[in-house]
Design a protein around this ligand. Structure first.
Ligand SMILES: Nc1nc2c(ncn2[C@@H]2O[C@H](COP(=O)(O)OP(=O)(O)O)[C@@H](O)[C@H]2O)c(=O)[nH]1
Ligand SMILES: [Mg+2]
Length: 257
């Protein structure tokens, strides 16, 4: 798949290159770091500041895009405050529910053509962002994988995602092992093709990866390390039923017909 880039030569020495695979003469294409949020007032300010400080040291031009679906706490007020303090932080809030809905909107609202998704709790190592952004020079999609990396997560969650991955492989033949929303990176031109298939919830990840994979997109999976520090914002039972039923629907729609 063809990709348009607006090349930004990195020539300044004030950017410390902290990731092993980045070199001073690399070309750093601007990125949007997309962060879906729902009622994240407890961590948003601290984590976005931490993320921006980190990105300042590894990536010359970026946007942090905070995307909410009707958060009912102070999340949006904090997002507004962060934007006033730092013009690289943008935000929007949608009345409709769901991370997929937010992501679909994010594809059109993102300031840049390379979109890296990260969860607001920053439980996955931030160095996924520059590693994945760089890989988008060559690939359409980068899948950050906790399974091939390291994970400190509850057994219930590891077993839940393990059985989901097993069924994905069985039904769709997809070879990847992480379909969570966080730690993924996409070229906008690739995902824009699948925008109409983006569901309201987290199933959009597998929907995009699967459709792109079938059409021969270049996809790479890289390990990430993840340590859960809090309970999920998702209702895990509901999330499990939703994901498995959507997987089954996807199989019916695309494999059998
Ligand atoms: N926009 C949006 N973000 C959500 C929603 N539900 C959860 N999130 C965000 O999705 C990200 C992942 O949630 P998290 O609770 O860390 O889920 P985990 O992957 O199960 O640990 C966090 O940034 C949440 O704030 C939602 O309905 N809409
Ligand atoms: Mg989390």
């Amino acid at each position: 798949m063809k990709h348009q880039t607006s090349n930004l030569k990195h020539e300044t020495s004030n950017i410390k290159l902290q990731t092993s695979n980045l070199k001073l003469n690399d070309v750093f294409v601007p990125i949007t770091v997309f962060i879906p949020v729902y009622n994240e007032e407890l961590i948003l300010k601290e984590n976005i500041s931490r993320l921006a400080n980190y990105l300042d040291t590894v990536w010359p031009e970026y946007e942090i895009l905070i995307a909410s679906n009707g958060s009912t706490d102070n999340t949006m007020a904090i997002a507004k405050e962060l934007n006033s303090a730092n013009s690289r932080v943008n935000y929007f809030d949608l009345p409709e529910k769901g991370v997929g809905t937010a992501f679909r909107e994010g594809i059109t609202k993102a300031a840049h053509d390379r979109i890296v998704t990260v969860d607001a709790d920053l439980t996955t190592d931030m160095d996924f962002i520059p590693r994945a952004a760089k890989l988008l020079d060559e690939y359409d999609i980068v899948v950050g994988s906790k399974k091939t990396g390291t994970q400190k997560r509850s057994l219930v969650r590891i077993l839940g995602s393990g059985s989901f991955i097993f069924c994905v492989r069985l039904l769709l033949g997809l070879p990847y092992v992480d379909y969570s929303i966080g730690s993924k990176a996409y070229r906008r031109a690739t995902i824009a093709r699948y925008a109409e298939y983006i569901d309201y919830g987290s199933s959009y990840v597998i929907e995009i990866i699967y459709r792109a994979w079938r059409q021969g997109a270049s996809i790479v999976e890289i390990p990430v390390s993840c340590e859960d520090t809090r309970e999920s914002k998702f209702n895990l039972a509901h999330e499990g039923i939703y994901r498995f039923s959507n997987l089954f629907k996807l199989w019916l729609k695309t494999v059998r017909h």
